[in-house]
Design a protein around this ligand. Sequence first.
Ligand SMILES: [Zn+2]
Length: 73
Amino acid sequence: MSPRPCSKVSCQEQATVTLTYVYADSMVVLGPLSQHPEPHSYDLCARHSERLSAPQGWQVVRHAVLGDVGFAS
Ligand SMILES: [Zn+2]
């Protein structure tokens, strides 16, 4: 699997999580890096995922992305 860069402009880090906006539920979901880029998803490095702030009224849902879970699945 080829590494993907963080989607933040000017960030050179490798992405470790995928952030998905679920508009229907006003949720921002953070999960393991997705296998394929998706239209409403953004890849983020660990640093930027930790600093993430959701838009007003949105809820942030973090799946098990903290720690080194690897890509075993
Ligand atoms: Zn970053």
